[in-house]
Design a protein around this ligand. Structure first.
Ligand SMILES: NC(=O)C1=CN([C@@H]2O[C@H](COP(=O)(O)OP(=O)(O)OC[C@H]3O[C@@H](n4cnc5c(N)ncnc54)[C@H](O)[C@@H]3O)[C@@H](O)[C@H]2O)C=CC1
Ligand SMILES: Nc1nc(=O)c2c([nH]1)NC[C@@H]1CN(c3ccc(C(=O)N[C@@H](CCC(=O)O)C(=O)O)cc3)CN21
Length: 322
């Protein structure tokens, strides 16, 4: 079933999760162990991140530099197929522009279609310093909106080359939104216009970047509505569990940590996990009271903090599968 149908049909807020594939050489068992734990809560869908190849440089004994190109976390599509068939839950693979040609993306969409997977999250992808320069032959999607166009084209039977009577796929497309602005955008209004483009061109729902201050989410939703964006805007949350997150999360995700939270963690660094869980539970309670369509938890490799949060929430039957 499509993610947008889950939101349209449910009377209860939906609790969903996002995971990351294991590093190359890792075992899928750890992922299944995580998923076994979250299944108790009947997630309607599970997102699986997608990762491009990265460059690594090695200095050889003669002083020359050798470049190695490696995809650190392969396996998104296989993992999605496994989730669908092992748990009967709708997987949402991420598709990214960075590092992939449109031709590779078309092939990935064909694989997904054959697997009966009809949801994707269309994002641009992080422009890492060590991303692989575009030396491949082919065309590239520059922004997430270009990827949305490509997916919607396939939904109307338009492939990259002209194919008469081509099969029309039927993907539901999620896109990313930034309550505290994407760091490259000059201002929030500009970023919201770019978000509106993604929705106008076929994005069915929005999942937000993580945030720790609900006011940022509520302001963002108001501004999106004022800009004419009508689709569900799902808050994405990560539970802070370590004092190191005070630096790590702003650095990697360009977000603000409220003073009250950072002071509390700095005063009791060994209690970071319980402080973070308490903070997140309060965030969720207010978000749900004020009508958020659900919560999307970024659990990545470890579901336990998010599950501790969920246990504290006043959720109904459908949302928590009790
Ligand atoms: N779940 C995940 O894996 C998520 C990953 N991300 C990461 O966040 C980053 C951004 O991804 P998206 O939001 O999908 O990218 P996007 O392409 O929608 O926007 C990226 C930036 O470009 C700007 N922009 C968009 N269209 C533009 C245009 N036509 N002209 C000028 N500027 C334009 C936007 O304002 C924004 O600052 C990526 O690096 C992505 O990997 C974000 C959320 C979720
Ligand atoms: N810019 C951006 N890139 C992303 O890939 C991304 C977002 N934003 N926002 C939404 C989700 C959340 N994502 C992630 C990705 C990795 C971790 C992660 O590895 N967290 C560990 C870090 C471990 C370490 O210390 O290295 C953690 O402890 O939080 C968390 C969220 C992926 N997504």
């Amino acid at each position: 079933m499509k993610v947008i149908e889950h939101y349209d049909r449910s009377d209860e807020p939906l609790i969903s999760f996002e995971i990351i594939p294991p590093k190359r050489g890792g075992s899928v068992k750890k992922v299944f162990d995580s998923l076994d734990q979250v299944m108790k809560y009947n997630p309607p869908f599970i997102d699986v991140t997608y990762h491009a190849a990265e460059s690594h440089y090695e200095e050889l004994s003669d002083g020359t530099i050798k470049r190695h190109i490696k995809r650190k976390r392969p396996g998104t599509i296989g993992l999605c197929a496994a989730i669908k068939h092992k748990y009967g839950v709708d997987p949402v693979p991420h598709l990214i522009c960075e590092g992939f040609t449109k031709e590779e993306t078309e092939d990935a969409l064909i694989e997904l279609n054959y697997l009966g997977i009809d949801n994707v999250l269309a994002i641009r992808g992080d422009k890492a310093d060590d991303s692989v320069p575009r030396i491949k032959n082919g065309t590239f999607n520059q922004f997430a909106v270009d990827l949305v166009d490509q997916i919607k084209d396939m939904n109307s039977g338009q492939y990259l080359e002209n194919i008469t009577n081509a099969h029309q796929t039927d993907f539901c497309v999620g896109v990313a939104g930034y309550p505290e602005k994407h760091f490259e955008a000059p201002n929030l209004d500009f970023d919201i216009q770019m978000l509106k483009n993604k929705v106008d061109r076929g994005g069915d729902y929005i999942v937000t970047q993580m945030f720790f201050d609900n006011e940022a989410y509520f302001r963002f939703v108001d501004k999106c509505r004022d800009a004419g964006i009508e689709c569900p805007i799902v808050p994405g949350l990560k539970v802070l569990t370590r004092d190191a997150h005070l630096n790590f999360l702003p650095k990697y995700f360009h977000l603000n940590i409220p003073e009250e939270l950072s002071h509390e963690v700095q005063a009791n660094p060994t209690q970071a996990r319980s402080i973070g869980i308490e903070w997140s539970a309060q965030q969720c309670t207010e978000l749900l009271e004020k009508g958020a369509p659900g919560i999307h938890f970024y659990i990545m490799g470890d579901p336990t903090p998010a599950l501790d949060v969920i246990e504290q929430l006043p959720l109904g039957h459908e949302a928590i599968g009790k």
